[in-house]
Design a protein around this ligand. Sequence first.
Ligand SMILES: [Zn+2]
Length: 430
Amino acid sequence: MVGVAWLLASAAAAQDMPRVRHTIQALTAPAMYGRGYVQQGEHKAATYLRKRFQQLGLQPLAPNYTPPFTLDVNTFPGVLEVRARSNCLFGGSRRFQPGIDFIAEPNSGGGRVVGRRIPFDTLVFTNAAARRQWLATDLRGRIVTIPSRQLARLQAPTFTDDSLRASLEAAAVRLALVPQKLTASLSAEQVPQIRLQLLADRWHELLPLLDVHVEASLKQQYQTQNVVGYILGRVQPDSFLVVTAHYDHLGQMGRQVYFPGANDNASGTAMLLELAAHYARPENRPAYSIVFIGFGAEEAGLVGSRYFVEHPLVPLRRIRFLLNLDLLGTGSEGATVVNGREFPAQFQVLQRLNEAQRAIPNLAARGRAANSDHFPFSESGVPAFFLYTRGGITAYHDVHDRAETLPLTAFSTLFDLLRTFLDALQLPRK
Ligand SMILES: [Zn+2]
């Protein structure tokens, strides 16, 4: 049964879902190239965000709202091909699709290698003769395929057989066969070896001849930016609440494929813009100043938020609370609050508001985690939550994280919850 409080909460959901959809559509569009480091996708996304800040009348906290910083990042801007064929003239062949069938590992090198694949011998772990024979094989210039589970075993810190590890390093191509899903990431480094992940069920044993061609480009001192605006507080302007969401994502991989990053994190960026739109209205002007930060280079290892903490644009000790929004596109199973256990008083406020509003079915507190941009702040003594929604979709760091399939289940009610939470963190209103 639907209670009265639920109806009231629904009726009060004031923010504009068509506008939210539009924001997510814009950030995930092909013109943004996945908001990464190929075709200046991250610049295009930052320009979009800056224009929205301007339209809302937020004050810039840096020239043009966009304090720059640099990072090193490995990219795949060109050819990305894996083909397999049989060794008989009339056998079949297959061209694997980048993004769908395979991806480059973050630190992969580039090059072209053609040849018969060498399957990793899984007996090396248990059989001394197999191990000897494997170590005697010259893998230089060769393509080795290895189940990702065996690769993880070799790479585990507790695994001490360095010669086995080194043997695999000698191969020209390491093709890991991954069971369920491909998960992309970014790296600041590039290794000489070509490293790919291929979905195991797309693999074809009967096509042992491989042609692998990868163009990799390590961009050094690449200039990107955060996007920072604020609304001046009405009562105590030198106290700050900070709302953050990273706008960057994994970018493009190869010539055709890009990672849209609808849930990660067009959704959080859209929520940040909705909260900014709310507090920008004269009748909603906050008691404390509220800073809105779109972080760059989160996916490259929290680079933008670490930079901000090292070069703060407001004194960190004046930040009363920071709310980081990342992965807000679902919610059928509720939401998790990282640091909820570190700051129980604030979590209780959020919990009570959620109970009153019935915004989301379940609000779970967890401890510290270095999994998004709140982390550099809370490690520097700034009280901070990172809130993400759960349920609905499994797309994550892959080409399937698309706007069209993002349910936005709890977005509207979550907006009200976060707005009332931010209100509750301020002085009593006059
Ligand atoms: Zn991510």
